[in-house]
Ligand binder design. Structure first.
Ligand code: FES
Ligand code: FES
Length: 164
């Protein structure tokens, strides 16, 4: 924390839990999640809103947490990868599909990929491959070649459909 900088109160919900903090005005949501709440599943790579590694959901919409001011999340609901599995630990269908389809190698892009895909499937429960590729083009993966990721999202879409 820097000396002399006024702190702002921040109240928001993270993964279903009410959180109240005092933050510096310039702190990003990624910094607050990782450094103050120890939610290190949110990865940071480019820090300039290019790679998608830091994607989290704010009121259901994907944002790049590296450039999203934490203060902008006040009174909103934030979902990180740590909040996606069921309370008993059962993986979300997207998480399970990424495992089943070997849709990650190093895994650095995976939390952001899964949360971006979650937002897509909320909006379009059965997207075409073209829609998946278009929707996910802000999320970069250096390892997989993307095809397993597309397959995982398709598989999760089917799983979510059959359970609804
Ligand atoms: S770390 Fe945020 S978009 Fe790359
Ligand atoms: S699995 Fe390594 S960057 Fe995507």
């Amino acid at each position: 924390m820097s000396e002399g900088i006024p702190l702002f109160p921040l109240s928001f919900e993270v993964n279903g839990r009410a959180v109240e903090l005092e933050i510096e005005p310039q702190e990003s949501l990624a910094e607050v999640l990782r450094n103050r709440l120890n939610l290190t599943g949110t990865k940071v790579s480019c820090e300039v809103q290019v790679c998608g590694a830091c994607t989290v959901l704010v009121d259901g919409l994907p944002v790049s947490a590296c450039t999203f001011l934490a203060y902008e999340a006040r009174n909103k609901k934030v979902l990180t990868i740590e909040g996606l599995a069921a309370p008993d630990g059962t993986l979300h269908p997207l998480q399970q599909a990424f495992v089943d389809e070997s849709a990650f190698q190093c895994g650095f892009c995976t939390p952001g990929m899964i949360l971006a895909a979650r937002a897509l499937l909320e909006e379009r429960p059965l997207p075409t491959e073209e829609e998946i590729r278009a929707s996910m083009d802000g999320n970069i993966c250096r390892c997989t070649g993307y095809l397993p990721i597309v397959h995982a999202i398709q598989k999760a879409a089917q799983a979510l459909r059959s359970r609804s």
